[in-house]
Write a protein that binds this ligand. Sequence first.
Ligand code: GDP
Length: 365
Amino acid sequence: ALTAGIVGLPNVGKSTLFNAITQAGAESANYPFCTIDPNVGIVDVPDDRLQKLTELVKPKKTVPTHFEFTDIAGIVKGASKGEGLGNKFLSHIRQVDAICHVVRCFADENITHVSGKVDPIADIETINLELILADLESVDKRLERVAKLAKQKDKEAVYEHEVLVKLKEALENELPARTVEVTEEQAKFVKGMHLLTSKPVLYVANVSEDDIADPSDNEYVQKVREFAGNEGAEVIVVCAKIESEIVELDADEKAMFLEELGIEESGLDQLIRAAYSLLGLATYFTAGEQEVRAWTFRLGMKAPQCAGIIHTDFERGFIRAETVSYEDLLDAKSMGAAREAGKVRLEGKEYLVKDGDVIHFRFNV
Ligand code: GDP
């Protein structure tokens, strides 16, 4: 499964946030085959549509889909040179598919800041620099190998050399690899390099309890937004401390608490959904009398592959995907009515499944 790593300097609130994630934990009964690694937190993906479908279909059971966060502890300045947990930290980042970078945006004199003062941009740059230096090392190593072959006019090597030089130039200017513009074909090669700064990123601004209702007044948050904006990255504002309280509440209490705080959706729920889409994940539904259920797929997957997420037999024996969009089904109020209104399509092997599709797979056994 794809996973998003939680990264940040010490004392920014990572553990507090990760504890909230593990406590919010998805009901493990639904995932009996998942091995539980202490650094992995599995959460339900919040989705209002699932509730609406449940009201419509009135199934015996409703099952949300889930998502994995990985806690990556131990970055300090100098990690790329092997300081602190250095190399271990970097190898853990290498294994995740996206990065949720937590930055401290709360001033609290009782909590030491590693560099002496709260400065979220300097914090971001500290971590980014370690990742950039590690990538530069990988690129240099590869360049060394490829350069000789390129001189001998090896076609592949000449091509790789060109891309590597571009990457090196960016990294030397302290720009992450994801900012380098490449052709579709070059992108495949870059992907194969597994660079740390190629991974998609979002920033998590951890603010104090007082700022959560209206974080736009918080100057640290403003700075993070500006920085992220330049990279085209998203910013999620949370108060890790409050999130750790929210996860203790049941659904009704949670709704009341959020209203008191003056926020519509908990920071954690926002974070889950943002990380999910950062990874290119989306949700389709199955809706029967027994069970209404959300399933995660990668955008770009075709109908048979999506069927295979439920069961490999579904993929092997795939015939058709009886499909209706969530909106159309809700408008029609029942599957029968949606069918009569001509909203239910019979899609074949080449159909690209869309977020919100409600699907009934037909297959041969
Ligand atoms: P980590 O080193 O990044 O994992 O940081 P921790 O989660 O251990 O948090 C460091 C300290 O900051 C702890 O004393 C937390 O209680 C405190 N802290 C974390 N989040 C918040 C927050 O949202 N508001 C306030 N006031 N303190 C926080």
